[in-house]
Design a protein around this ligand. Sequence first.
Ligand code: GLP
Length: 247
Amino acid sequence: MKIITTKNYEQMSRQVANILSAQVILHPKSVLGLATGSTPVGVYKQLIHWYNKGDIDFSNVTTINLDEYCNLSPTHPQSYRYFMNDNFFNHINIDKSKTFVPNGMADDFVREAQNYDALIQQNGGIDMQLLGMGHNGHIGFNEPNEAFENTTHVVNLAPTTIQANQRFFENIDDVPKQAITMGIKAIMQAKKIILAVSGEEKADILYQSLYGPITPCIPASILQLHAGLTVVADEAAMRVINRRNSL
Ligand code: GLP
């Protein structure tokens, strides 16, 4: 595991964007695993900026997103498909038919989940997976559980996740209670993983994830087992790790 500490959110975004752009420049046909949430917004902004300067070409890139809310249409402003189009895809030269987000409106979620896993395999797996982390240590929407869920699946969102995501909706009742998420296996099979973390409120869970026991109660803790993990965290998110390591 490699940890890169940055001064603040802007620097974190820039470093993660640097790593992703190096991947795309070296391997133009890369399959990128992408994430939503507030954390990667700055990364996407930076990549768009470099794209506009002519530094990166996304025309041969494929993207596979981690997750989507159940029963939100792709045109709903809080759906993750809308988020990705709005924050990233609409501003770069990616072929939209090669950008994948689970279908939150599927009639049959079991089949949708199977198809999504098959899609990941058909594309040769993920070259570089970008991850954020929930306040309870979730990755994608893999919530704390009794066991790691390997495959793409429908999940009941934890009350703390619903509460955390309330800020994007008018009221808490509008927050979807279920989501469809890529499982731990596809994430762990990514050749490289970048975990981006910002803010003091994630400092404790980041410490537990990287230095505590590996347990499905903290899904991000499984990342300790990935040989190609790079954590890019700002000083605020690193506070507990740095304090413990200096004891
Ligand atoms: C959501 C997403 C995750 C993301 C998490 C953290 O639950 N499904 O992929 O990592 O939020 O979001 P934020 O970056 O806004 O803290």
